[in-house]
Structures are given as structure tokens and as C-alpha cells.
Design a protein around this ligand. Structure first.
Ligand code: CA
Length: 236
């Protein structure tokens, strides 16, 4: 699934030399990436406005706005600052500027580079980003509850709540689909892995115990009569 995600990322290549533009775009295409091309900084900035770009390959020496300036502008704007930038430079001496200026470029390659190396670097950056996103979403805050999805711990305010593995799974299943009603059958299937309907009461029993343990946060788990359960959407 991670692999598919990577392949869906659109890569913007900003380069005024047609040979390099063609070479890079060919190899990225072969590697399954979709590619957007820009020949100068202005085109690059408008491409980022118009398209959901997953990563920018940015040549340092461009006509008009320089690559450094484009990078600075991208990293300045809240909307584009998280788009990773891989800089291309013709001169090894420029590397100091790229890194030293703390423009926020995520990586760089010195020309001439092998397209294979470029693809490896891109994959590495995207993997890193993907991992970072996972860590960020590992903490689920829902009303007064904070749920650590990695450490499997729940806190009400600053107080830890002791839950069984099943109760934890039940709580996270509800909280991750916040505001959506989930039937007992759905919950059985996701939490217990059952595909039959014989033990719908199992869900009710566990919900009751879960609510007891949640204390003042019990009302976050709502019963929707005749339908199932729902984790409250708003924090009231
Ligand atoms: Ca150039």
C-alpha cells in the first residue's frame, strides 16, 4: 500500500536544460511517477499552485527567479512548506550554499548524476515523509481523551486509563471513525474479526465496560438507537 502511495505522488521537475528535463522525466515516468515539467521558477510556482505536487526537483541555476529563491518561497508559504525539495546543482561548491543557507531543501544532487541515483533519493525522501506522517497521526486526540496508537495507551486529561486489548481496539475503532455510526456487526468484524452475527451482545457488554473505565469521558461513546455506536464528533 505504501508503494502505491509513492507512485501516486506527482513530481515537479524544474529545469531549463531540455536534455536534463527529458532525461529526468523519462526515468521518473519509467519508475511509475507522474511528472509535471517547468522550465523556470515562475512556471514552477504556478505549477505548485495548480497541482497537488508530492515533491519538487529543483535546478539551482534557472533563468529569472533562481532555484534558491524558488526554494525559499516554497518553504515560506504554509501551503507549500511541507513539499519536499531536491535541489540539482552543476557545481559541488554550491552544495555549501544549499545546505548552509538552511533553505529547507530536503536533499541535493550534483550534476552529472545518474537517473537511478535520483530515483533512489526521491524514494528515500518520500519514505521519510510517509514515516513522519505516521508518527504524527499516532496520537489521536478526541475530546478529553488522548489515545497513543503506537504505545496503546489512553489518557483522560493527564490520568492514564487501563484498558484491555479489546477495549482499546474498540475505542480506537470508534474514535478513528469519529462522527460515523458503526453497527455492532461492523464492530464485531473489525475488533473481534467475527463475520457472524451471533454475538452482537458481546459489543454491548464491552461498550458498557469501556464507558465505565472512561469515567467522565464516557459520553464520548454514543449509542445510536437501532443502529449502533458512534464516537462523538464535537468536543462539548
Ligand atoms: Ca539550469
Amino acid at each position: 500500500m505504501g508503494g502505491k502511495q509513492l507512485l501516486n505522488d506527482k513530481i515537479l521537475i524544474v529545469e531549463d536544460e531540455p536534455d536534463i528535463l527529458n532525461l529526468v522525466s523519462y526515468h521518473l515516468g519509467q519508475s511509475g511517477f507522474s511528472v509535471v515539467l517547468a522550465e523556470d521558477g515562475e512556471q514552477a510556482l504556478s505549477a505548485v499552485e495548480q497541482d497537488a505536487i508530492g515533491l519538487v526537483i529543483l535546478d539551482l541555476m534557472l533563468p529569472g527567479i533562481s532555484g534558491l529563491e524558488v526554494c525559499r518561497l516554497l518553504k515560506q508559504s504554509p501551503r507549500t512548506k511541507d513539499i519536499p525539495v531536491l535541489m540539482l546543482t552543476a557545481r559541488a561548491e554550491e552544495v555549501d550554499r544549499i545546505v548552509g543557507l538552511e533553505l529547507g531543501a530536503d536533499d541535493y544532487l550534483v550534476k552529472p548524476f545518474s537517473p537511478r541515483e535520483l530515483v533512489l533519493r526521491i524514494r528515500a525522501i518520500l519514505r521519510r515523509i510517509h514515516r513522519r506522517d505516521e508518527t504524527e497521526t499516532a496520537q489521536l486526540v478526541a475530546g478529553p481523551l488522548s489515545i497513543d496508537l503506537v504505545g496503546c495507551q489512553v489518557q483522560l486529561g493527564s490520568e492514564p486509563i487501563e484498558l484491555t486489548a479489546t477495549e482499546f481496539k474498540l475505542l480506537t475503532t470508534l474514535a478513528q471513525r469519529r462522527g460515523r455510526v458503526q453497527s455492532r456487526e461492523e464492530l464485531l468484524e473489525v475488533v473481534w474479526g467475527y463475520e457472524y452475527l451471533g454475538y452482537r451482545r458481546t459489543v454491548d457488554t464491552h461498550i458498557r465496560r469501556l464507558r465505565e473505565k472512561l469515567g467522565t469521558a464516557a459520553e464520548m461513546v454514543e449509542t445510536v438507537r437501532g443502529m449502533g455506536y458512534r464516537f462523538r464528533r464535537e468536543d462539548r
